[in-house]
Write a protein that binds this ligand. Structure first.
Ligand SMILES: [Zn+2]
Length: 78
């Protein structure tokens, strides 16, 4: 039998999801911080297209600014 945790759990990490509009159907395809040029597949129309990568420094900046999610917790719940 597993013990129940006493407190609600805080986040210890976060990831950024970028939305790339499909050039064929305009559906916004969620993509997890693509730091390399790559091709993604539209989940609506199944077309593939190339995307511009994001700068890893920007992703690290957001993660650092939010203390990997810990400082984003709603203060009303702390
Ligand atoms: Zn599409």
């Amino acid at each position: 039998m597993k013990k129940k945790p006493l407190q609600p759990v805080k986040p210890v990490g976060l990831e950024l999801i970028f939305l790339y509009p499909c050039p064929f159907c305009a559906h916004q395809v969620p993509t997890l911080s693509p730091t390399q040029p790559t091709e993604i597949q539209c989940e609506a129309c199944a077309a593939q297209f190339s995307i511009l990568p994001v700068d890893e420094k920007s992703v690290v900046y957001i993660k650092t600014m939010l203390a990997n999610g810990a400082s984003a917790v709603d203060p009303a719940f702390l």
